[in-house]
Design a protein around this ligand. Structure first.
Ligand code: 1CP
Length: 381
């Protein structure tokens, strides 16, 4: 059984390449590679979802996690913001807990709250009992991806994603969303071996979720370590970074851009970069040129990265989602400022390219017209 499972999950790089569309002129891919894009690429985290009336309409009466396993529906929701805002990228409509749900873990997404576990996972016995996901359990998602790829223009890319081990573990250990992540940190500090066991248990499932998406043809991936900013750099390096690095190292041979993002990670930007992504997401608290300086300083210090011969990253970000509530003039001003800061970093050789995004996700009560204006403003830069 174990051998069969392993075989089923041998990476299929050729299959992934054959499924991927030829889109050499896609602005997002050019920016990630350090080439000059035909226009500045822009997409927004949480661009699909509650800000859109068309989303609320199609989701009516369907539970969040059910919708993530309905191929036509997940494709429709993924495409809605791309059509409405002329986005340069679609982000797969799914959730970081979907691979756990697919594997049979009892978990639900409670409206207005987020992912909630039937039972928190805290002991070595509970960790040992966590199932690894199998490819067949994710088949509806692969099917949905094929529908999205049929509809996207060649210059628009599909970004697949997964939650990083720390952020995913936080939901398991806390049993649901948490303000301070104290139970998670307590486990880390009081039972480090149990913590590392949990990381080792989650990493393969995260890799398989990404492999499924890559082998269904996604053009890029983003690893969300949304809550990593709650950690000190020292804790991040000891308890988290090796597992995120393992994920990037495993996915790198697929040859697609890999993006890494976390909220409030100003103090961790260098360490997130050293974990191995091609593109670093910057939250709204740190100016893009300052972020670039931090990333470069860390890469220069890292022997590992020197061996890879890849000194600069592209940057993604970083409009404060609250600016979308402040009217057209403010949107214009902040978009211009961020593009100038990113261009400054590129001109100084500290960044490879710029993908415009928010500094965290679209807030549910955002006016969709304000979002469209922000997309237009970026494309005017
Ligand atoms: O019923 C609903 O509409 C529920 C709201 C919702 C949506 C639309 C949740 C519950 N998840 C999603 C989709 C989702 N989740 C996407 C695809 C949509 C898009 O980006 O356009 C993505 C990329 C995610 C990833 C995700 N889920 C993250 C990482 C991104 C981030 O925001 O930092 C995290 C932390 C989650 C957990 C989660 N799922 C849902 C909520 C409300 C939360 C956060 C809960 C908390 O505060 O801890």
């Amino acid at each position: 059984m174990e051998a069969m499972t392993k075989k089923a999950f041998e990476p299929q790089f050729d299959l992934a390449a054959s499924r991927r569309r030829a889109n050499p002129d896609a602005p997002l891919l050019a920016a990630a590679r350090g080439e000059k894009p035909t226009r500045r690429p822009v997409w927004m985290m949480r661009q699909a979802g509650r800000s859109l009336p068309e989303y609320r309409q199609v989701r009516e009466g369907i539970a969040m996690l059910d919708s993530c396993f309905m191929p036509e529906l997940l494709a429709e929701i993924t495409m809605q913001p791309v059509r409405r805002h002329d986005a340069d990228a679609a982000i797969l409509f799914s959730d970081i807990v979907v691979p756990l749900k697919a594997a049979g873990v009892e978990i639900d997404i409670v409206p207005g709250r987020g992912p909630v576990m039937a039972e928190a996972v805290r002991t070595p016995e509970q960790i040992a009992a966590l199932p690894e996901v199998h490819r067949e359990q994710m088949e509806p998602i692969a099917q949905g991806i094929s529908y999205i790829l049929e509809e996207l223009r060649d210059d628009q890319v599909l970004i697949g994603f997964a939650g990083a081990p720390f952020t995913l573990a936080s939901y398991l250990v806390e049993g649901g969303p948490s303000k301070n992540h104290e139970t998670t940190k307590a486990l880390m500090y009081s039972e480090p071996e149990t913590w590392h066991e949990l990381m080792r248990a989650l990493t393969p499932t995260i890799i398989r979720f990404l492999q499924m998406q890559l082998e269904a043809g996604v053009d890029a991936i983003q690893l969300f370590d949304s809550w990593a900013g709650y950690l000190t750099a020292r804790d991040y390096r000891e308890f988290v970074q090796p597992y995120s690095k393992q994920i990037f190292d495993t996915v790198r041979p697929y040859g697609v851009p890999m993006i890494h993002f976390g909220v409030g990670t100003g103090e961790l930007l260098g360490d997130l970069a050293v974990a191995g992504p091609d593109v670093l997401g910057v939250d709204w608290r740190v100016p893009m040129d300052v972020a670039a300086e931090r990333v470069n300083a860390a890469l220069a210090d890292s022997r590992l990265e020197l061996q890879q011969g890849d000194q600069t990253k592209a940057l993604q970000g970083n409009l404060d989602p609250a600016v979308l509530f402040a009217g057209s003039d403010a949107i214009k001003r902040h978009v211009s400022r961020i593009c100038a800061e990113a261009d400054n970093a590129i001109d100084r050789g500290l960044a490879r390219g710029h993908i415009f995004n928010l500094g965290h996700g679209v807030l549910p009560s955002t006016d969709p017209d304000a979002i469209t204006r922000a997309f237009e403003e970026v494309h005017n830069q």
